[in-house]
Every structure is written in C-alpha cells, then in structure tokens.
Design a protein around this ligand. Structure first.
Ligand SMILES: [Zn+2]
Ligand SMILES: [Zn+2]
Length: 133
C-alpha cells in the first residue's frame, strides 16, 4: 500500500503526507508503520529517498532521474538528464554508485506570484524616507 501511494501520482511525498494518505485507506495505521515500510522499501531499492532545499525527506520512484527544485515553495519536478555517472567516475577516480542532482530554480507559479506582487507593490525601488521608528 505504501509503495502504491508513493508510485501513483509522482508527487514526491513526505513521510507525513504518505501517512495521511495511508490513513484514509486504512485508518488504524500508525506513523511508525509508515516509517518502517518506507525504510524497508528504500533498503530494497523499491523507493528512492530524496532531499532538496528544505531538507525534508521525500519519497520517489527508484528509476534514475534528476530534479528541478523550486527554492520558494520546495516543489520538485522530475527532469530527465543524461546519466553522468561515467563522467563522475572519471573525474573523481572513484567508482561512483549513485548521485543526486538537484537543479534549483523558481517554478512558474512562484514566478507568477512574484510578478503579481511586483505589480501590486510597484517597482522594487522602495522609497527610503520611512517614519522614524
Ligand atoms: Zn515554487
Ligand atoms: Zn522524482
């Protein structure tokens, strides 16, 4: 069940979000069970644990792919880049088993929010003469 929750939807859920969904399916489930299952699935290679800007562990399908990570809202989007392992092996002189690559950006929605705020508040040049506090 836990595996299904993570794999369907491709949403990079946190353990807590997975727990809330699991609870809807099986109300008696406890958080510890979710954690145990997640740890086991990661150990078995059925899930991948990823961390990005907000350092919260999220769970993802195990297939090799990289992530675009919004620095504003923390949302992750999948991106398929070439496998750099061979180059990293050559560059490091070590046998690289895996790597995590996060590209940080501002997602479309946050960008729109920014633009809207700038329109509402006028240009960024804020007047320097404030009341003395
Ligand atoms: Zn965003
Ligand atoms: Zn992903």
């Amino acid at each position: 069940m836990i595996l299904d929750i993570v794999l369907c939807g491709n949403q990079h859920l946190t353990a807590e979000q997975i727990y809330l969904r699991a609870k809807q399916i099986s109300p008696s489930i406890v958080m510890a069970t979710v954690y145990n299952n997640l740890n086991r699935l990661v150990d078995e290679g059925q899930l991948r644990r990823i961390k990005a800007a907000d350092a919260v562990a999220r769970y993802d399908k195990p297939t090799r792919h990289d992530h675009l990570c919004c620095i504003k809202c923390g949302r992750l989007a999948d991106i398929q880049l070439e496998d750099l392992r061979e180059r990293l092996c050559a560059a490091s002189g070590r046998e690289v088993l895996s790597y995590d690559l996060n590209l940080y950006y501002i997602c479309d929605e946050c960008r729109k929010d920014d633009e809207r705020m700038q329109k509402e508040n006028g240009p960024l040049s804020r007047s320097p003469n404030r009341d003395n506090g």
